[in-house]
Design a protein around this ligand. Structure first.
Ligand code: ZN
Length: 473
């Protein structure tokens, strides 16, 4: 039996009692945590490989509730654009030029970024995958690098008649029935793969995607039925857009917001992982709370595109479960969940002029147990407890920029970076230790190939002139 014993760590459990053990151990056997407590109670070491932590901080592996891993190739391509023109002028052209090999290298890079910033599980919102081979190209690298991911198969449809004449209603490559059948095949094939892959669905329901005629009431309802039948989570982009552009146009067309619309078509259920949720009215927040759906907030992405600040205070007051995500690195420019925690706290607090609203503890909960709950995985991950999967991150807070930490949970959020991670265990396997990836030896090659392929895709997409600028005047 493979076993690890992490010793003398500052253990932040995020368990139901929110226990912090200043000098503690975590015992791992196979893929599970089998012991946790103060060093005095460590007992027999046995055959375990001992990893001395010398006071480093041990946390549940961070969870990223919203990422598009293909975006790892396109950091810093979308600066200076609001969300709608960014999607139309940058993202959609780039997506259209991604070959299967480009997606594969992006998936390797996305997985490496994930580990190297202390994130053990990420929700990979997959866009526009229309065959088994492409899904394979996206999932296999995650398993090989050894990260946990919830991979969401997207369901698309073209509405009949078109929802909006603002954008062309191009027929989707297959009909609704075939679309649902492919999703089921993909789920059957990959759910549970490598002990690391958890399948889910992605169905766009929001203003901007409705206006693009890329989704329909029928596919939303059929997706919800599939999710309920198979107990899957469904993610989307909810109430994400510029108030005077897509959000306004949708409101004029439907008389309400994105959540109002889901309610109207009878599709708001607890399977939803509602991403962004920036412009929700109080009545919509009440609907989300009643349905038991979760929200994933992505404050850096929203600030980069200037589309808004999510009403998290009202969501907390209504009892909505709110987790945290980065969004694709083509709009966040960093997969770092520690940065995300810091920004989430600061932007919310200054918005409400209330420094007590988002504490270090609250944002750590958002990036761990709340996001696990949103993904329907809080029985497996999101806290350090005996019986849970061994997904663990160890942060070195002894570096100059964090020393003296004084209050360690505050130091993690406000002084540290994701790259301060020293050791990562995922599904019981040591995947990063003392700065070295364990079990994956091609990191340098991946970084070089990713750089070369990104340049080619940017050129093919016709946006080289906007991206490759040394200094904008
Ligand atoms: Zn997104």
């Amino acid at each position: 039996m493979a076993s690890l014993l992490l010793t003398d760590g500052y253990v932040v459990t995020v368990d139901p009692d929110r226990r912090v053990i200043p000098s503690g151990f975590v015992r791992v056997e196979d893929d599970r945590i089998t012991g946790i407590g103060p060093m005095e109670e460590i007992g027999d070491v046995g055959e375990a490989r001992v990893i001395p932590l010398d006071g480093m901080m041990v946390t549940p592996g961070l969870l990223n509730g919203h990422n598009h891993h293909w975006g790892s190739l396109f950091k810093n391509t979308g600066e200076g654009l609001l969300l709608e023109p960014w999607l139309d002028q940058v993202t959609i052209p780039l997506m259209g030029q991604m070959s299967r090999d480009d997606l594969r290298i992006a998936a390797y890079l996305g997985a490496i970024e994930q580990i190297r910033t202390g994130t053990t599980c990420s929700l990979n919102h997959v866009v526009n995958v229309n065959d088994h081979e492409t899904m394979q190209a996206i999932i296999e690298p995650a398993i090989e690098v050894g990260v946990r991911q919830m991979v969401t198969k997207e369901l698309r449809d073209t509405p009949q008649p078109a929802f909006s004449n603002h954008y062309e209603a191009r027929p989707h490559v297959r009909g609704r029935e075939e679309e649902v059948a492919l999703a089921e095949e993909v789920i059957d094939r990959w759910d549970g793969a490598g002990g690391l892959i958890h399948m889910g669905l992605a169905i766009e329901t929001g203003a901007n995607w409705m206006l693009h005629n890329s989704t329909s009431d029928e596919i939303i309802r059929e997706g919800v039925a599939l999710a309920q039948r198979r107990d899957l989570k469904i993610t989307n982009h909810c109430s994400a857009g510029t108030p005077w552009l897509s959000i306004k146009e949708f409101e004029l067309a439907t008389g309400g917001g994105d959540v109002d619309y889901l309610v109207r078509i009878g599709a708001l259920v607890d399977n939803w992982v509602l991403v962004h949720s920036l412009h929700l009215k109080d009545r919509e927040i009440a609907h989300v709370a009643r349905a038991g759906a979760s929200v994933i907030s992505n404050p850096v992405s929203n600030a980069y595109s200037c589309d808004g600040i999510a009403p998290l205070k009202q969501m907390f007051e209504a009892g909505v479960n709110v987790g945290l995500g980065t969004d694709g690195t083509y709009v966040n420019c960093s997969p770092d969940m520690v940065e995300q925690m810091k920004f989430a706290a600061l932007i919310q607090n200054v918005t409400h002029m209330d420094p007590t609203l988002m504490t270090a503890e609250r944002v750590i909960e958002m990036a761990t147990i709340n996001t696990a709950k949103a993904m329907g995985m809080d029985h497996l991950v999101g806290s350090l407890e005996v019986g849970k999967k061994a997904d663990i991150s160890v942060f070195d807070l002894r570096k100059a920029h964090v020393t003296v930490p004084n209050r360690p949970v505050g130091a993690l959020v406000f002084s540290a970076h994701g790259t301060d991670v020293d050791t990562v265990v995922i599904n019981g396997e040591l995947r990063l230790h003392r700065g070295e990836l364990i079990g994956f030896g091609r990191e340098r090659e991946v970084l070089e190939e990713a750089t070369a392929r990104a340049r080619e895709v940017i050129e093919r997409a016709g946006i080289a002139e906007r991206v490759f600028v040394h200094w904008r005047h």
